[in-house]
Design a protein around this ligand. Structure first.
Ligand code: NAD
Length: 471
């Protein structure tokens, strides 16, 4: 039986390994993590992440050929293929702070692999890493364990949270980058054989290591750029009376452009887009390509602009102050069908409203009160001055309540901000909500999910991103 071990049981490591185990019953897959509580959750009935379809897949394989363990070293030592899917966040201190990827988790995983290995191994970069990381990893591995042959492969993950299982089962493509030597190509073939259990041959793309590493950063940069492009257009639509949905539809009908990923919104979030673009910016700067770096920086800049534009719209619509006013925040996750709040636009929007002394009543169907309070209590990173952390207001926690129902959140509220596109927000009883709100009752739809005309008929004043404003 081939043995695979994955270091990192997070949003990527957990679902990707569950899919491999599900599709390859003859392969033993062990997912390990230094976080004992995360491993305990993977072994319980309440998985540590919410992802449609994940429970079913885990239920089929767990205990048969899929295992979760905190005995990291033992399982790494026994595996022939070791995936590394640890977090690679943005560095917050020192050289490259605010842009470069923090590879400390990767480095410590690599040192541990070198320490415990007693047989040759294929080490697979599953995390998103800067281009050329494989070279650094090779040095760490080979200098620390001279008797063992390690082959490093790049196999970046393209799943999107909320649709991870679907994306893993039917990927647009699987990239495998390896060295062009005979040993490198043998390792590429071994990993390809794993995916070949369910991914059609023409969707498994092999290439050189650096192309595979860079392709992941490039793909995220292109996706985020589409969102910033349509969001930039949304500001112009609001200024001119055009409707961003109509413009996006017209633009997307061009077969060279295509219709997907053209929804205007309060801004993108999630753990990847911003960090990967900043990482790309840093790599460009390190390579003396400042014009290219500045080009990609604008994608993040427009995203920040969009979030602050939304906050300004809320405050200016509500007679230039939200001080002491109750505002219902519907949705806190960075997108629907996930409980993940990393870099969610809701954090910046809430900070902006708290800064103007609003009273927030927050509801999200998948995010816990602890998580929301932790996110909002965290000091905010100051992108303009990366050496500074902006202090969070000491009174902010008293301005926040977290409730478990959209109706409770909106009771006696002056305004509603919809910040995540959860399906349930489309079909709330807005008549009832209107009755229980202060008047005039405002809805600021940061995801363009509600039927604005219907709400206007009820009596709401409605703002939708990039749409003509209320007459
Ligand atoms: P995560 O934070 O959810 O999971 C990472 C896990 O690694 C954590 O549980 C952590 O405890 C564990 N870990 C860290 N160091 C370890 C070590 N030395 N030994 C054992 N375990 C260790 O992160 P994630 O969202 O799964 O992302 C992982 C990587 O995949 C990142 O590079 C990310 O950019 C990339 N990625 C993420 C997504 C996504 O949608 N989340 C999609 C594609 C790629």
């Amino acid at each position: 039986m081939v043995k695979i071990c994955c270091i990192g049981a997070g949003y990527v490591g957990g679902p990707t390994m569950a899919m491999i185990a599900f599709k390859c019953p003859e392969i033993e897959v062990v997912v390990v993590d230094i976080s004992v509580s995360r491993i305990n959750a993977w072994n319980s009935d309440r998985l540590p992440i919410f992802e449609p379809g994940l429970e079913e897949v885990v239920r089929v394989c767990r205990g048969k050929n899929l295992f979760f363990s905190s005995d990291v070293e033992k399982h790494v030592a026994e595996a022939e293929i070791v995936f590394v899917s640890v977090n690679t966040p943005t560095k917050t201190r020192g050289l490259g702070a605010g842009k470069a990827a923090d590879l400390t988790y990767w480095e410590s995983a690599a040192r541990m692999i070198a320490d415990v290995s007693k047989s040759d191994k294929i080490v697979v970069e599953k995390s998103t890493v800067p281009v050329k990381t494989a070279e650094a990893i090779e040095k760490i591995l080979t200098h620390n364990n001279k008797g063992i042959h390690f082959q490093i492969l790049s196999n970046p993950e393209f799943l999107a949270e909320g649709t991870a299982i679907e994306d893993l089962e039917k990927p647009d493509r699987v990239l495998i980058g390896g060295r062009e030597t005979a040993e490198g190509q043998k390792a590429v073939a071994a990993l390809k054989a794993v995916y070949a259990h369910w991914v059609p041959d023409d969707r498994i793309i092999t290439m050189n290591l650096w192309s595979a590493e860079l392709s992941k950063l490039a793909a995220n940069a292109f996706l985020a750029q589409r969102i910033s492009s349509v969001n930039a257009m949304s500001a112009l639509c609001e200024a001119t009376g055009a409707d961003v949905a109509e413009v996006a539809y017209a633009v997307g009908k061009d077969s060279r452009i295509g219709p997907r990923f053209l929804n205007a919104s309060v801004g993108f979030g999630g753990s990847c887009f911003q960090k990967d673009i900043l990482n790309l910016v840093y790599i460009c700067e390190c390579n003396g390509l400042s014009d290219v770096a500045n080009y990609w920086k604008q994608v993040v800049h427009i995203n920040d602009y969009q979030k602050s534009r939304f906050v300004n719209r809320v405050v200016s619509s509500m007679f230039n102050t939200v001080s002491g006013k109750k505002i219902a925040v519907l949705g806190f996750a960075f997108k629907k069908d996930t409980g993940d709040t990393r870099e969610t636009a809701a954090i910046d929007v809430c900070h902006g409203l708290l800064g103007d002394k609003a009273q927030l009543s927050i509801y999200d169907p998948q995010v816990t009160e602890d998580q929301i309070r932790r996110d909002l209590a965290m000091n905010k990173f100051d992108w303009d001055h990366p050496q500074h952390l902006l202090p969070s207001s000491p009174t902010a926690s008293k301005q926040i309540s977290v409730v478990w129902d959209a109706y409770e959140a909106t009771k006696n509220a002056h305004g509603v901000c919809i910040l995540t596109e959860w399906d349930e927000f489309k079909n709330l009883d807005y008549d009832k909500i209107y009755q229980n709100m202060e008047k005039p009752a405002f809805v600021f739809d940061g995801r363009n999910v509600v039927d604005a005309e219907k709400l206007r008929k009820i009596g709401f004043i409605v703002y939708s991103v990039g749409k003509p404003l209320d007459p």
